[in-house]
Design a protein around this ligand. Structure first.
Ligand code: UDP
Length: 384
């Protein structure tokens, strides 16, 4: 049987969780698919390095900049640009059998011609459609378009699925497929690599707390800075960068807090790293600090696969990954002193930490592997 051609579509050029998930999927289907991006950047480079065919179709800045806080009139002003782009990509859509929109903006851009050319349209919803992130108008538009045009809507957690149906989304179309992570990247790291990396960073004689995430106010990195004065033997490493314009301000604020609290010696901002495995393995504990409910939280699964105890904010999709006390610890969202308590519990009780890490590893391998994710896609979405 002739394999159907898939067009994966994503609107950003930077690398976030949704893009890493798409990377694994498009890599599996690379012999008969292309990835259409609306912005050039490191994501295009990563895909091409792995022989995945990419088409970059730069979108005007004002469409990329539509955010929750943008004014209603601003949203309306971008409509002509959206229509123009929609028309310009119609020939690309026509050449494929299945269109797979990996972000909300890309869904809006491909929906019309996918229906017009009678293509199967799949939408992968990686975000919780909540008021903290998206305006009412935005949530309604996305939900209505998804209901009307998509054959399948993949959600990355039950929490994301609920947010979709709360906005009127058709839950008969949703399919829960958790993100998969490749465990091999962690398994191949030797103890000697870990020792060397610690020496390189000058972090051989202290507890290391890792925080891996793009820098953004809702990711709550400030909580760890608030916690550090109560954790005198610990050093924090922050891995990740401010990906979108307005997040740079928050990054500056984090650096200011570090100076104000006299934490310069114990805080390391390492920026975005394309390979996080070794940095995770040098940590004694990894914290996930989001102050708004996460849709999923790939970092948590990665920590589990790295065999590092993970402590996370008790909200959203995180609760589907961690069972408190068994495969990690959960703290009250936004409460840095509760987080301190959990960090101490893990660091001071080696036996418990060991048990948690083993449970977490087995659970993550069973539930969140890349192979499992691909198997689910083959069985429930693509059927090849
Ligand atoms: N990540 C990375 N380099 C960094 C920081 C983060 O590769 O410097 C990865 C991280 O390992 C994870 C993803 O970015 O796989 C973030 O996904 P998550 O679901 O945790 O959050 P999102 O960015 O999607 O909100």
């Amino acid at each position: 049987m002739k394999k159907q051609k898939i067009l994966f579509v994503d609107h950003v050029g930077v690398i976030g969780g949704a893009e890493l998930c798409l990377f694994d999927i498009s890599r599996y289907y690379s012999s008969h698919s292309s990835v259409l991006l609306f912005e050039d950047g490191p994501f295009r480079e990563k895909l091409e390095k792995n022989n995945i065919h990419v088409i970059v179709f730069p979108l005007s800045k004002n469409v990329l900049q539509v955010r929750k806080e943008s004014h209603f009139v601003f949203d309306l002003l971008v409509i002509p640009n959206i229509i123009k782009t929609t028309f310009r990509i119609r020939k690309i859509i026509a050449k494929h059998d299945i269109i797979y929109a990996n972000t909300q903006k890309s869904l809006i851009l491909v929906a019309f011609f996918s229906v017009f050319f009678r293509k199967k349209l799949i939408f992968h919803l990686h975000d919780k459609l909540n008021a903290e992130h998206f305006s009412f108008l935005h949530r309604k538009i996305v939900t209505i378009i998804a209901n009307l045009t998509c054959s399948d809507i993949i959600v990355n957690s039950k929490s994301t699925a609920n947010s979709f149906s709360d906005n009127g989304g058709n839950d008969k179309k949703t399919k829960l497929i958790y993100n998969g992570i490749d465990p091999e990247q962690f398994q191949k790291i030797e103890i000697a690599d870990i020792i060397k990396e610690k020496q390189k960073l000058g972090l051989s004689n202290q507890w290391i707390i890792g925080c891996f995430s793009r820098i953004a106010p809702w990711k709550g990195q400030h909580l760890l800075l608030e916690a550090l004065p109560s954790l005198p033997n610990c050093t924090a490493i922050f891995v990740g960068d401010a990906l979108f314009g307005e997040e740079a301000e928050y990054f500056n604020r984090l650096k200011e807090i570090t100076r104000e609290k006299g934490l310069n010696e114990r805080v390391h901002f390492l920026g975005f790293k394309s390979d996080i495995a070794l940095l995770m393995k040098i940590c004694n504990v990894i914290v996930h600090t989001s102050i708004v409910a996460e849709p999923f939280g790939r970092v948590i699964v990665e920590a589990m696969m790295a065999k590092v105890p993970v402590i996370a904010s008790n909200e959203g999709g995180v609760k589907e990954i961690i069972e408190h006390g068994k495969s990690g610890l959960l703290f009250k969202p936004g409460d840095s002193s509760d987080m301190v308590g959990m960090i101490k519990k893990i660091l001071e009780d080696e036996q418990r930490s060991h048990e948690v890490v083993n449970n977490a590893y087995n659970w993550a391998i069973k539930k969140f592997s890349v192979l499992g994710m691909i198997e689910n896609l083959k069985n429930h979405i693509f059927h090849f």
